[in-house]
Ligand binder design. Structure first.
Ligand code: PRX
Length: 646
């Protein structure tokens, strides 16, 4: 990479290889973004061509309406023509002594078809929702594709989510089938996933639990409900006709945290998503035939959907999925995997990069990482020092870092500089993808000039993969995305600013969402979990900056119902356990403070901003609106007594 005045650019040799290396692509796309996307759409396989590329009845919009396709024909059948025996998927299990599994495109094709047939036999039909609660094993990818094959709508629930979190999602989608596993490995332990699934399906419509055998752990079994995956697929035919889907029909529902307690199901449709997933992957990761792509994201998150599953397949490349934690059993496991398979493109989150940097220092001296061509980052802002370490020590100053901004809602990456063009600048995510129009608004909807922080908004024609709704909750869809600046402007809930070259820097969320190790949570859902504890009167959760995880939750709890004799330490532990039970281990508060009262305005609104500043030691600002200013002193005392660094 070449450095020029704070910006980095690709070298001539790098440009030569890149699919996209001329900035004219931006100009052309800007002239007519609809035509731009249409050109790309022509490069995927459709059963029937669309009638209209983009239609817009604010806030609703459609892409490629009238077009018909099935994403699995693009991911599988199409690849059989040229890549039948090419490796599609390499699975790296967590235990180091266990062998990897390798599936060619033909293997994957047959397994998906068999499972699709099995699902049909169980009565799954087009539009039915199917829950997937699986660890990172090949069957996770197979299950998503098998659903898509028959037009069933998959709804993946992160395997580390608690039974309660699973239940909420299954209840919302009314799924009748859940695909899970007996167990999986996590940091050397076997997690009994089947047990969590059994608990999670209580009070839902799930009538069949399909269980993949993975860890061989002991599980309970209900003969009328449970069925082994292996038994189901054993005698199935390896061809299942792909259901012909309308471009605007549902492909999947994926839940994410919004500004209130309950997660919302973002809905994604077949046509636009396929086009965006294919070309953002191809251009941003510059995917070529001989690439080995490793996206570390779990399929439980949108990055796992688009770049661990669909995009690599749509581009016919070889990709890795990894069951374990990247720092287990040693902090350099991730580097071992890069070396073992000669990974060319590595996609991870700043939290992981900061952790790698902390434990690994000069990693390239220990492992051969020179296969790497492009490095990616996603999910939270990457600070300059993490960026520099990644650039210097992992990419050895030759790999562009594509810092990719997007959301569960956008379906695919929307902001990042392209590797064959640049420029790249530490801590800036980059330029909007060609054909994508962003602006930064002040509260009045006026465009802000460079360096001024405001709301990041997406303008028409949006993006083909942008969500079409919130599952069964049209009001929430309107309110969350289309109410701040009217029905024609999508509000991202992020604050950002541009530099003089138009590169965008993300400042952070403007709502109650916090990003903990890149995972999206809201303070509201944590508070709802904590409030379920019988000794809790009320509480407030705030996100606090953390050196490794970016942000961590800290809880302030009022307990007027606590019996005198009950030690606070027990209550605090129970509160942490409560969060684990309701949401999962990713959401655990780093600290719990038991306080007498919470700072509130006269209208009773909790001032979380003050709590956050009290913790971080920032200036508190104007306290005149507080109804109970005395609490501030109390809480200060409390923070001094409790060790806030633990
Ligand atoms: O605040 C932005 C942050 O993550 C949010 C979306 O979270 P989620 O739906 O979980 O999707 C994450 C993976 C696509 C955004 O509103 N975010 C995402 N990518 C970046 C980012 N913040 C800064 N830089 C990024 N590259």
């Amino acid at each position: 990479m070449i450095k020029k005045g704070g910006y980095y650019y690709p070298t001539k040799e790098f440009k030569k290889r890149a699919w996209i290396n001329k900035s004219s692509v931006y100009k052309e796309a800007k002239k007519n973004p609809v035509l731009f996307w249409e050109k790309l759409a022509k490069e995927i396989f459709w059963r029937k061509k669309w009638k209209k590329v983009f239609s817009h009845r604010p806030p609703y919009f459609k892409w490629f309406s009238g077009g018909k396709l099935n994403i699995t024909e693009n991911c599988l059948d199409k690849n059989l023509e040229e890549r039948k025996n090419k490796v599609a998927l390499i699975w790296e299990p967590e235990p180091v002594e266990e062998r990897e599994r390798v599936l060619t495109y033909y293997d994957l094709y047959r397994q998906v078809n068999k499972f699709a047939n099995a699902l049909k036999k169980l009565g799954v039909k087009k539009r039915d929702r199917v829950g997937i609660y699986l660890p990172m094993i090949p069957e996770a990818i197979i299950s998503m594709l098998a659903c898509a094959r028959i037009g069933a709508v998959h709804t993946v629930v992160f395997s580390a989510f608690s039974p309660t979190a699973l239940r909420i999602r299954l209840q919302d989608t009314q799924a009748k089938i859940l695909i899970t596993a007996d167990g999986y490995y996590r940091r050397g332990q076997i997690i009994n996933l089947k047990q969590n699934a059994d608990k999670g399906i209580k009070e839902t419509k799930v009538r069949k639990l399909i269980v993949v055998q993975r860890a061989g752990n002991e599980i309970s079994w209900k003969a009328n409900k449970d069925v082994w995956y292996e038994d189901l697929v054993k005698n199935e035919k390896d061809f299942c006709p792909a259901e012909v889907m309308d471009s605007e029909e549902l492909l999947f529902v994926l839940y994410t945290s919004g500004s209130t307690g309950r997660p919302k199901g973002t809905t994604h449709v077949c046509g636009g998503y396929s086009v965006q997933a294919k070309f953002t992957g191809k251009w941003i990761f510059d995917l070529h035939e001989d690439d080995i792509f490793w996206s570390m994201a779990d399929i439980g998150w949108i990055t796992g959907h688009t770049y661990t599953c669909y995009s690599p397949l749509l581009n016919g490349i070889t990709f890795i999925i990894f069951e374990g934690a990247p720092d287990w059993p040693t902090p350099d496991r991730w580097a071992q995997i890069i070396e073992k398979y000669g990974v060319t493109t590595f996609y991870t989150a700043p939290t992981a990069i900061r952790m790698f940097a902390k434990y690994n220092g000069k990693i390239a001296k220990k492992y051969k990482l020179d296969s790497l061509q492009i490095l990616g980052s996603v999910g939270e802002p990457i600070d300059e020092s993490a960026w520099q370490w990644y650039f210097r020590e992992v990419g050895e100053k030759k790999c562009p870092i594509v810092d990719t901004w997007w959301q569960t809602e956008t379906g695919g990456i929307l902001i990042t500089s392209l590797p064959g063009i640049g420029p790249f600048k530490p801590a800036f995510t980059g330029l909007p993808f060609p054909g994508i129009k962003f602006d930064i608004f002040n509260g009045e909807g006026e465009s802000l000039s460079p360096r001024k922080v405001g709301d990041l908004v997406l303008l028409p024609p949006f993006a083909p993969g942008l969500l079409r709704g919130v599952y069964k909750n049209p009001k929430k869809y309107l309110k969350t995305y289309w109410s701040q600046y009217g029905r024609k402007i999508y509000f991202t809930s992020d604050a950002a600013f541009k530099d003089k070259k138009g590169l965008i820097r993300i400042v952070g969320r403007v709502d109650d969402v916090i990003k903990v190790a890149g995972h999206r949570l809201t303070t509201g859902e944590l508070e709802a979990a904590i409030n379920l504890h019988p000794n809790v009167t009320e509480c407030a959760v705030v996100g606090i900056p953390d050196k490794i995880k970016g942000e961590v939750p800290v809880a302030f709890v009022v307990s007027k119902k606590l019996p005198e004799a009950r030690p606070l330490a027990i209550l605090k532990k129970e509160i942490v356990d409560q969060v684990k039970k309701e949401i999962g281990p990713i959401a655990l508060p780093k600290k719990v403070f038991i306080v007498k009262d919470l700072p509130k305005t006269r209208s009773g609104k909790i001032m979380r901003r003050i709590l956050k500043r009290l913790f971080t030691g920032e200036k508190l600002g104007d306290l005149s609106t507080l109804a109970n200013p005395g609490t501030v002193k109390e809480i200060k005392k409390c923070l001094k007594v409790g060790d806030k660094r633990s």
